[in-house]
Design a binder for this molecule. Structure first.
Ligand code: ZN
Length: 171
């Protein structure tokens, strides 16, 4: 895979206004979850759980980088940057982002996402499942800070918690 290989480009979203003049941006969470969980199940059956987790993170990272580039502003100071991120994630119905802890000196953060699009309300399995979100946050943080990050979800609706909580650490 070359450095220039990109899994996702913003143009893939397309011209929704042109293509969906009646329905526009509207889509139910159920429609997203039907796609996501069926897709995930088939991939796990064919490639194994760990491979799917890794690939979800990689896909999320590609999207996070593009999302940061097209929806956010990396020139903003941290408080304004996270405020804009919170606003855009809410607008798109991804979830409600909060910054629980931000340490720019050591590049360690704790972010939470409530009412998460992927997991909030799903049956608890005891296992955190927001691997795509781990990658999404990684991509955003990398694009914003120009550092490499590891992001780990430590609480999730599927682990019986009310919010998804992510440890975000620069490497
Ligand atoms: Zn979660």
């Amino acid at each position: 895979m070359s450095d220039t290989f990109r899994c996702f480009e913003w143009e893939s979203v397309g011209d929704v206004g042109l293509g969906r003049p009646t329905l526009g941006e509207k889509m139910h969470v159920a429609a997203y979850r039907m796609f996501h969980y069926a897709h995930r199940c088939v991939l796990e059956k064919n490639y194994g759980k760990e491979a799917v987790k890794r690939n979800m993170v990689e896909a999320g990272r590609a999207v996070g980088e593009e999302f940061c580039q097209h929806m956010l502003d990396i020139n903003l100071p941290p408080a304004d940057f996270f405020r804009l991120l919170n606003q855009k994630m809410a607008e798109l119905g991804i979830g409600i982002l909060e910054v629980e802890h931000a340490d720019f000196e050591n590049m360690i953060f704790i972010l939470t996402v409530s009412e998460d699009l992927d997991c909030s309300g799903v049956p608890a399995t005891g296992e955190a499942i927001c691997n795509y979100a781990e990658g999404f946050i990684t991509g955003i943080m990398q694009r914003y800070t120009d550092r490499q990050f590891i992001v780990k979800e430590i609480n999730c609706w599927s682990t019986g918690d009310w919010t998804c909580r992510f440890h975000v650490v620069a490497i």
